[in-house]
Write a protein that binds this ligand. Structure first.
Ligand code: PAN
Ligand code: ZN
Length: 185
């Protein structure tokens, strides 16, 4: 491929890019309160939780994949909107996140060992080391928007991340959030 310059639009979209939209019905398994999921689907219909604007780069060694993610504000029960979260299929690959807008948390965990919770958002740069699964949570009242770049041949393993969870739930409080340890993590 040739070099390119993409546009970063005011709401965080990249152009050109491939857009992935994650709706609640498709990612419902990440939420603890399945009754709350059913209630939303029944009463307001499906809900757009987040979007990914993926740069058009070959998934090949040597390339750097990049995207922006826009997580809309909201809760499911008392849990905030968040990404599915994943390990990289090639575990020895890292990733850099750059916060562009909003307020969030970066949840990290290894397959064995402790988890980590980092405050992340506009003006902050997050580093995900090799071997750590990663999930982002929007704890604010506006979209959480961030840019990410990672080795393009890393691949994504959602299955292991879903099986292990992230060790912690992030619950909304009137004036912020509270972390609650998940059992058996
Ligand atoms: C990010 C994520 C993006 C969406 O670009 O893919 O934020 O999260 P999920 O992929 O967990 O749905 C990244 O970490 N790429 O490797
Ligand atoms: Zn990743």
């Amino acid at each position: 491929m040739e070099g390119l310059v993409a546009h970063l639009l005011p709401h965080g979209q990249i152009e050109p890019s491939l857009v992935l939209r994650r709706y609640l019905s498709e990612i419902r398994g990440i939420y603890r309160d399945q009754e709350a999921v059913n209630k939303i689907l029944r009463e307001e219909g499906d809900r757009l939780v987040y979007e990914v604007y993926l740069g058009e780069v070959p998934e090949a060694e040597g390339h750097v994949a990049y995207c922006t993610t826009v997580i809309y504000p909201g809760t499911v029960g008392d849990e905030f909107h968040m990404t599915k979260g994943h390990f990289h299929a090639r575990r020895d690959t890292a990733e850099v996140y750059l916060g562009l807008r909003g307020k969030g948390l970066l949840l990290l965990r290894r397959e064995q060992g402790p988890y980590q919770v980092l405050e992340f958002g506009a003006g902050l740069l997050g580093y995900v080391p090799p071997f750590w699964a990663h999930r982002t949570v929007n704890i604010g009242d506006e979209p959480l928007v961030f840019f990410a770049a990672w080795p393009a041949d890393a691949g994504h393993d959602y299955v292991t991340a879903e099986r292990l969870g992230f060790g912690v739930f992030v619950r909304r409080l009137l004036d912020g959030y509270r972390l609650e340890e998940a059992l058996g993590s």
